[in-house]
Design a protein. Sequence first.
Length: 159
Amino acid sequence: MKRRPLVYIAGPYRASTEREVVLNIRRAEEAAIEVWKAGGVAICPHLNTALFGGVLPDETWLSGDIEILRRCDAILMVGKWQDSKGARDELLFACDQGIRWEEFEYLISRARLATWIAARADRWAANHPEIPDSSSLTSSPTPTAHSLKDVFITEGRGE
């Protein structure tokens, strides 16, 4: 089974009105759908905690999102991400971790999303052995922290 890249969707969530919050969620959702169509696996925190505001402190969601991002192969920046402190912080974290990044609008406008997703998968496959088909496993081994670390791409932005 070929491993598919795990792509974190980042962009503004908060807004001055509920309608704008919903529009931000929809923009992220659109990007996530396109990632899935292009062969990647999208992680969309906008949908994961949609409208959870006030249930717990915002830091709970933000630190959880960083933990999810830590496990991703790439980060895709959506909408007016430059205006969002949270999205900028996510991008800085990704860059510090060597996680590759790109802007969704750039890739879509040039019909390059599928190529970008395929490049993430090809780079990962070149550096890691093939993941065995689940039918070939005799037991379910518990992964070690070291083996989990080896799963993720550690290169910077670019092709």
